[in-house]
Design a protein around this ligand. Sequence first.
Ligand SMILES: [Zn+2]
Length: 154
Amino acid sequence: MHQQDPTLSQLSLFAATEGMDASVVKVAELSRHEDAEKLQLLFERLSHSAFRSRFHLNGKDKLYIQNKGWETVRIHAAEFVARRLAPAIIPNDGKQTPMRHVHPVFIAQHATGCCCRGCFEKWHHLPKGRALSVEEQAYAVSVLMAWLHKEMDG
Ligand SMILES: [Zn+2]
């Protein structure tokens, strides 16, 4: 079911085709290399939160991922993180991520505490009030992708 992750050159080509920001591609690329043990510890912590644990993909979300493929979903996650989570000042912080099933990445954001800077600070210990670095954005994307893979496999 999973597509193979394409190489960087394929990803860059894809980005160019889509008219995408190079920094988003960089975030997506870096997000492949998060420490598996660190992610496992995070998911262990999240599993103790009744609120976080109640978020799951529905059939529509799963079909969307199957149709779009993992690479596109990774790029979407990088874009959402760059635009909606990374800025130092987010006027509607705490309300920027829909809880409805608009996009599977939004559900992943709620499930993993990557929905707003308040939750991101609480769960991931990266302070709000400043922009997230490329590496920190990549970390968030890796968390989102790992959660999505768990949901699809589970
Ligand atoms: Zn939040």
